[in-house]
Design a protein around this ligand. Sequence first.
Ligand code: B12
Ligand code: SF4
Length: 580
Amino acid sequence: MPKTAINGVETEIFPSMKQLYPDSPRLNILLIQAPIEDFYTTKERHYPLGLLTLAASVQDLPVNLRILDFLHHPGRSTLPLPPNFAALKPFLVHDRGPLSAFHQYYHFGLSWKEIRQSLAKESPHICGISSNFYTYTASVLKLAALIKELHPLTSVVVGGQNVNDYHSLLIEDPHIDCLISGPGEIPFRNYVLQHPLLQAPESQGLPDLSDPAAAPPPGGAVSPARPSAAPPSDVSASLSASPENTCSSQIPAPFPLPNAELLPPDAYRISGKNAVMLNLTRGCPMACSFCTVHESFGRQQQLLPVPVVIDFMRRQIQRGILAFDIEDDNFTFSKSYAHAFLDALLRELPPVALYAMNGIDSRFLDTPLLKKMRSAGFSMLNLSLAVSSDEHQQQLSRPLDLQRFSQVCTTASDLGFRIITYFISGLPGTSPTDVLSTMAFLAARPSILGISPFYWIPGMPLSAPNTPSLPEDARLSRFFPADPRWPEPTHITLFRLARLINALKSLPALLSSSTPATLTSASKLLPDGHILKISIEQRKLYGLNADKSLFLHQSDENLLSEFFELFDQLPLAPASSWKN
Ligand code: B12
Ligand code: SF4
């Protein structure tokens, strides 16, 4: 069968579908999240937001639609290390101490045996699989093959941020019938509408659904075209153009909110609270060269009308949701929009816990906004810094005012936010010394250090001297040396050093101390024999065995010397702590 073109839906897509499940009065659609293989996963952020917004875009059609989340499952099983991860092996020692890194490779989610059993019970006309991550392409291909083996006539559609023309694995796969890139709502709805079951309304007694505009999904009509990937000519102009979008419920929503009701309220939890994820905005006007989000959502920011968001949240609260994670790329880019949203939330909704775990850019934060965020229910602030040097920020097209960043940190800490700031190690063009400077800058701020090893994505504007030949190598936890200055031992040593700083920053004695600490003075607060004290005194990194004995981690010795020289006299600020 010819595969549907990327970004479009051809007409001849269901050659033999008229015979498939002819007795079903409705179209059976399964929207599926695949399991993954990695050293770790972040289960608090598994929410299948993209699949649920797709679901919202077809919920008015005569379909039986279910979400099968094969990832979000307590089950995990250990796997042998992939052969191409061999360089990591000497470092993957099981360390029970504060300087641990990864040590065991896992399959996260339902096992393939259980997935097979689960799919065998289904009678799907269409299976839509989400593929957001290049590095996890293999799981998506395996799932597509399994669906075709069990249900040869079922249409397998794959969409998501990994669907693009930069790599051919999905395009060439014989088990995938249709690929949809960019926001999936409109093309997926069109795809569904072309199904023979929906194309014969009289015989099925179904309404005429050939005109999508006749039945827009709740929240307003979805946008008719893929957003522009071109950056807006004037970022400040797009900023000031956005406030009108804030309050009118007359303005149609440019994209749907998730159909959260498809899943039980307690299916996803954050800090023990029933949680849902949502986007208030889509599209990012920034142009950071290590990011590919614009390929999917464009560079013009679209805003949901505030009343639409508040209605959604109210409905969720009524069904027992207590926490909301706003996964936007730049939720506060338009400050007036963010204020309008927070004002409405404070005015109209009972207290809830709010998160923006994808990170907030300090450039778009100030004291009034931070105060309002705190009152509205944010207690954690996830900031993103990438790198601290001006030169590298320019190279990455990510200029940042460090003084302003520091002010934001101080204000947020005074307001009682717990702060974590993400920075990237291993970026092509940067050296380990550059990253030590970023770490030194953050160590002196009341923030936890969120080290994020660089991973390559096909199509990212940033070019790398070494690109991984296999998708599995293109993940954070692989510490892939995209630049020769970043061999695995250097990368992993920095990872542990970030953990060392964080452990010291969180020491109760440091938190209550009135005098600024240094690495050496902080170590003096620790009892004799403490693993961190020994590590600092000996300028080596130690791990902890199960029997509580210590072992020495293999490290980049030059980097260790450089770190201890640099940090010996540098100020170390305690991490800000939760204040309720
Ligand atoms: C939330 C999130 C996560 C969550 C997982 C979410 C999940 N359910 O799986 C967590 C935190 C676990 C995560 C992890 C990673 N992430 Co992440 N993540 C995101 C983030 C911030 C938001 C995703 C989202 O919900 N978007 C909103 C929804 C509405 O959009 P969507 O899911 O893309 O869906 C739309 C379309 O893509 C499409 N679509 C999606 N699925 C389908 C299916 C069908 C059938 C169709 C037709 C259409 C379709 O239609 C949807 C509606 O328009 C994005 C950045 C972003 N702005 O999107 C990065 C992003 C997806 N992550 C990325 C990466 C690389 C990772 C990591 C693999 C990095 C790493 N560590 O190596 C890790 C994996 C770590 C681990 N071991 O778990 C990259 C992916 C780039 C790529 N092409 O590979 C992104 C784009 C960020 C970036 N750096 O550029 N991530
Ligand atoms: S990293 Fe964030 S701010 Fe930068 S372009 Fe990507 S989504 Fe936008």
